[in-house]
Write a protein that binds this ligand. Sequence first.
Ligand code: SF4
Length: 147
Amino acid sequence: MKVLVFNPQLCDGCRICEETCSQTWFKETNAEKSAIRISPLEDQPGRYQATVCNQCGECIDICPTLALTRDRHGIVRVNKKRCTGCLSCVGFCPILAMYIPPDYVVPFKCVACGECVKACPTGALAIEDLPKAPLTETEKRMKVVAL
Ligand code: SF4
């Protein structure tokens, strides 16, 4: 499955990735509308960490309306038509990588589009093809229903 991975050794904290993400998906430069968030490491001056979805899929089981599913690349996607904006996934995400912008009801997350990878001037970001995550309980049930 496709996953955006971050190399903290190479990041210089320029935040071009955040700008690129919000421009790509919301047509504005706004860090609150970026699916990748860069923050300084308090105990290591000059070093940064990134918060971004790792496509673990644990949110799929939390959504009461089945609005979260995996596509064929293993990327967890939000179905805007099914989402009721309950924000269960935003509160539940184990790494806090599901976001809700201030002026929007539907949450958003990284879908590994790769635009930030192209924009990062230091090569700190990459899209990697990792082994598929195990099926969640919801995915197992949906598979049985589809048989
Ligand atoms: S664009 Fe690259 S170097 Fe700049 S903050 Fe993002 S990951 Fe770090």
